[in-house]
Design a binder for this molecule. Structure first.
Ligand code: FAD
Length: 465
């Protein structure tokens, strides 16, 4: 059996690793460094192109549940994230270089994986491979996008994502900027970049400073979208100027939310606040959290230097905008995420219509299981994840035939099933939650416990991986 995986990103590496662990030989095609994308900068596998955070670790958030399920099923990216973690309060954030190096090292070291540094330019021609798994992500190369579009027989979809800037730490004014986590929560992780006072560096703004910043942001020159591209934004990565269009308080309730931060100079919460999160363990570079933008580079420097504490900021990277390609999954994919019109091709990762690093990696883990079922002549049902789990929630989003306008989505409680609350399950539920000592009113905790219990049972039945 010959299997190839196109794309060595978050999803492709999970696919290759899962198949390899199950004893299947995989050829992993990655076009970088020969051919770069608009956002990747290195030749490493699983490079993170924007934020260095994998979102919350809290067990009662949807993304916390997903990560725990991934860890239970042996995720490569979670293992690499644990090794490269940097302090970020409740979130799992990583040193991006250490993270992608760790993934690269583990993939390179696996005897069942051959890495081929080559672009896959099309899928129409017959190949020597029995199955192809396409995990080329939001920045799939143009010729492969075209080929995918042809064989899936679907109109093309594009939307834009935006990258936030990274500031050099020695250029930050520490007389103004103060360290701390929201509501004074303690740091969960110690490194050179943080201390007991907290993980984030915070730039406080009073009302006049906030208004001056908004006016400059409004007036700044922006890069316009090309006319043939539909402008849609990844909600979790919306440019700040788009937020400003929704109202002058939107930023203050979004990435500039000051609640829970006592400015040591006034002893009070400021009017607005910009959070800076360490990009690496040494704390030499800080990401402006939630500050994605499509302002032109020159304008960005001027506007960001209006933020108190960043008057002399030097930037390692400025914000930018990028293409994002994905298919209309409910229409073009089968239950096992293979193409309806060419079932020997599976899709994985963000190109299927999930959104986010961890979601893409999770779909990679899932598709590897579907491919294994096909290889061993087992049914899709035998590996489909339980509906009442985060994996099941993501899978059912991709199978949602009722949605008239399919849009990419990250994990959220809206996608989880209410199976845990079905009347027929009442006796089982009562015993289960009583044993776990979870009050009936704590719906999120109940969903979390129930989902993880389902995934543990699913895992127990897995024999091959
Ligand atoms: C600009 C931008 C900012 C983002 N910001 C965030 C964020 O802050 N947080 C978040 O959770 N998610 C973010 N995302 C989404 C994030 O990129 C994806 O969720 C995640 O990386 C997708 O994983 P993937 O494996 O599907 O694709 P990727 O990780 O992008 O991997 C795809 C790989 O395929 C390779 N490739 C492409 N075409 C070919 C080809 N023809 N042949 C061979 N190799 C090919 C690429 O080089 C790449 O290595 C952002 C996306 C973009 C584009």
């Amino acid at each position: 059996m010959k299997i190839r995986v196109a794309g060595g990103g978050l999803a492709g590496t999970e696919v290759a690793y899962t198949l390899a662990k199950a004893g299947v030989s995989v050829s992993l095609f990655e076009m970088r460094p020969q051919r770069e994308t608009e956002a990747h900068k290195t030749g490493n596998l699983a490079e993170l192109v924007c934020s260095n955070s994998f979102k919350s670790l809290s067990p009662v958030t949807a993304s916390g549940i997903l990560k725990e399920e991934m860890e239970l099923l042996g995720s490569l990216s979670i293992a690499a994230a644990r090794k490269s973690q940097v302090g970020a309060g409740e979130a799992l954030a990583v040193d991006r270089d250490l993270f992608s190096q760790e993934v690269t090292d583990r993939i390179e070291a696996h005897p069942n994986i051959e890495i081929i540094r080559e672009e896959i330019v099309g899928l129409e021609a017959p190949s020597e491979f029995d199955f192809t798994i396409v995990a080329t992500g939001p920045l799939t190369s143009p010729s492969l996008s075209e080929s995918l579009q042809k064989i899936s027989r679907e109109a093309e979809f594009y939307f834009y994502d935006a990258i936030s800037p990274v500031v050099q730490s020695e250029s930050i004014n520490t007389e103004i900027v103060f360290r701390g986590n929201r509501h004074g929560k303690e740091s969960r992780f110690a490194s050179d970049a943080n201390d007991s006072k907290g993980d984030y560096l915070n730039c406080p703004l009073n009302e006049a400073e906030y208004n001056r910043f908004l006016d400059a942001l409004d007036a700044a020159e922006k890069i316009e979208a090309k006319s043939f591209e539909r402008l849609k934004h990844f909600e979790g990565c919306m440019p700040i100027e788009e937020m400003l269009k929704r109202g002058r308080d939107t930023l203050r309730f979004g990435p500039m939310r000051p609640i829970g931060f006592d400015d040591p100079r006034t002893g009070r919460w400021p009017h607005a606040l910009v959070q800076l999160r360490a990009e690496n363990r040494e704390g030499t570079a800080y990401n402006m959290v939630g500050f994605q933008t499509r302002m032109k580079y020159g304008a960005q420097k001027e506007v960001f230097r209006l933020i108190p504490g960043l008057e002399s900021a030097q930037f390692y990277r400025l914000g930018s905008m990028h293409r994002n390609a994905f298919v209309n999954a409910p229409k073009v994919l089968n239950d096992d995420l293979s193409l309806v019109h060419q079932p020997n091709i599976f899709l994985a990762g963000q190109v299927t219509g999930v959104e986010g690093y961890m979601e893409s990696a999770a779909i990679g883990m899932l598709v590897a299981r579907f491919a294994l079922a096909r290889i061993h002549g087992r049914t899709v049902e035998s590996v489909r994840p339980p509906r009442a789990s985060a994996f099941g929630a993501l899978h059912s989003h991709l199978r949602n035939m009722e949605s008239p306008d399919f849009q990419p989505m990250g994990i959220n409680f809206g996608l989880f099933s209410d199976l845990a609350f079905e009347p027929a399950l009442a006796p089982l539920r009562k015993r289960f939650f009583k044993r776990k000592k979870i009050p009936k009113t704590d719906k999120r905790a109940m969903i979390a416990e129930w989902s993880l219990a389902q995934i543990r049972r699913y895992r127990a039945k897995e024999t091959a991986i």
